[in-house]
Design a protein around this ligand. Structure first.
Ligand code: AMP
Ligand code: ZN
Length: 492
């Protein structure tokens, strides 16, 4: 058997300016509608993704949101942009209720596991990085930790105090939402309604019920900092992302992403902090992925209905099948997770594998391509690009690949069109990251196979010799018998 070491997913990107002329439109949560994508700086995208809170193993729902960010980055690179991608690691200050109440999620877990909070956040950060590697994520430029950015947070807090957007009560610093006229614009919440206390706990020391903490004083908090604000303080969750985005990407960024639950209060508060502080529009596009659900409800650790990557592997599914399952729906449609859906994703993926194998075989044969075949290829490319350009409509984009598979089943495919289709699929896979197209270090295996074929031929076992040749062909390796011996080359 030929054992091939395959590169997990994805391939090198080759920017192609031709596609820049096609308009990429995205749904901007802030405008509540789709609009054309334009960058602040020509050719460069500054993108911030709200990352994991590292208090436990992330579940596949979390990865749906992160894979949406990875797909967006890959599509932008396909379009020829340079993408500066930052995904933060929240390792302090994210309280149990997502607002200002409850225990710090990491400290609560530290107590449960009888460990230091730092040990908890380090262990789960390592797990997260391992998981995203297994799922074939392209690495972000940086994964900044909140605890490494306390001075940057204090700078913003001081500025907000100075400008009158924030106020101090003992060691606590609160943001006064009534001072920021655009508060509520992103989520559609109105301060008056929030004031009524619908979603926000009323705290005695806040001026308004909707005000949120930038910095909290709590001698019992384990991770705490002695600063000019107080003796035992720690940051609010929202200020962390404002500070990390500013540090790594600057005052104005192009895209900010998260899951749908990040819209309020997290992103609403980030906008209030960053924009009041800099006087600039913080992020041009706010994009949010809808939840992965189970039985029509949210998949959440607190509900006990979560699956991790290990659960998926234990059921015998590959990580690329999971990746495909999590990206193949539109990111703005909720996705209801079932094992059957994962099963059908694995089956669909094997059809795409089969398409690749067919094309490899055809690329090694001599038949010339026809105009019909070239037209089918153009349709696939156009369909894929139109889908992705329409607010990352992955289902539509992928449908173009399946349509092409149907076309060549019907009409066949000649050598040149097959090679061109393989080259296109390599680019498309730079976006999808689910196909196994590239093989590395083939030579040793191929050489061994050629030797086996030669032995079979010497023994006049033509069936075996042909079987080996076909097996190699299926992998895109073409053998050529020359007076100097057998040469091999890639079919493309
Ligand atoms: P957390 O670790 O709780 O801060 O969550 C990390 C990211 O996962 C956030 O962007 C959440 O919006 C997102 N998220 C949490 N649960 C789900 C879910 N069931 N489906 C999709 N995204 C989720
Ligand atoms: Zn964030």
């Amino acid at each position: 058997m030929v054992s091939i070491i395959r590169r997990p997913f994805g391939v090198e990107q080759r920017p192609d300016d031709r596609f820049r002329q096609v308009t990429f439109t995205v749904f901007n949560t802030r405008l509540h509608e789709k609009e054309p994508f334009e960058t602040i700086e020509e050719g460069l995208v500054r993108m911030y993704n709200c990352g994991p809170t590292v208090y436990n193993r992330q579940h596949i729902g979390n990865y749906r949101s992160f894979l949406f960010a990875d797909t967006l980055r890959r599509w932008l690179e396909y379009l020829g942009y340079d993408v500066r991608q930052v995904m933060n690691i929240t390792d302090v200050g994210h309280l149990l209720d997502d607002a200002d109440e409850g225990e710090d999620k990491i400290e609560a877990q530290a107590r449960r596991e009888k460990l230091d909070p730092k040990a908890i956040s380090e262990a789960y950060t390592a797990k997260f990085l391992e998981d995203i590697g297994a799922l074939g994520f392209l690495p972000a430029m940086v994964y900044p930790r909140a605890t490494d950015h306390i001075p940057e947070m204090l700078d913003i807090i001081d500025g907000l105090l100075e400008k009158g957007y924030a106020y101090q009560v003992d060691g606590n610093v609160y943001y006064d939402v009534t001072k920021f006229a655009r508060y509520g614009e992103l989520s559609g919440n109105r301060v008056e309604d929030l004031e009524a206390g619908a979603r926000v706990e009323v705290r005695d020391d806040k001026r308004h019920a909707a005000d949120f903490a930038l910095w909290k004083e709590d001698p019992l908090h384990i991770m705490k900092w002695k600063t000019h604000l107080g003796e035992h303080g720690f940051p609010g969750w929202h200020i962390e992302c404002s500070a990390m985005a500013r540090k790594h990407l600057g005052d104005r960024i192009d895209v900010h992403t998260g899951g749908e639950d990040n819209i309020f209060p997290h992103h609403e508060c980030e906008i209030a902090q960053s924009e009041a502080f800099t006087g600039e529009t913080f992020a041009r596009y706010w994009m949010h992925a809808k939840f992965l659900q189970v039985d029509g409800g949210k998949m959440a650790k607190s509900l006990g209905n979560v699956y991790t990557l290990d659960d998926v592997s234990e059921r015998g599914f590959s990580m690329r099948a999971l990746r495909y399952c999590l990206i193949r729906g539109h990111y703005r449609q909720p996705l209801n997770f079932t094992w059957e859906i994962l099963e059908s994703s694995a089956a669909a993926l094997s059809k795409l594998d089969d398409l690749v194998a067919r094309l490899r075989r055809a690329a090694g044969e001599q038949r010339e391509s026809t105009d019909t075949e070239r037209a089918a290829l153009d349709r696939m490319r156009a369909g894929f690009e139109e889908g992705m350009n329409d607010d990352l409509n992955v289902p539509e984009a992928v449908a173009a690949l399946f349509k092409y598979r149907g076309d060549i089943e019907k009409d066949g495919v000649g050598r040149e069109a097959a090679s061109a289709a393989l080259a296109f699929l390599e680019r498309a896979n730079g976006v999808l990251g689910v196909l196994e197209l590239e093989s590395e270090d083939l030579s040793t295996d191929v050489e061994a196979q050629i030797e086996a074929r030669e032995s079979a031929r010497t023994a006049k076992d033509w069936a075996e010799a042909d079987r080996i040749r076909d097996e190699l062909l299926a992998l895109g390796i073409v053998l050529e018998d020359t007076p100097d011996g057998v040469l091999w080359k890639r079919a493309r």
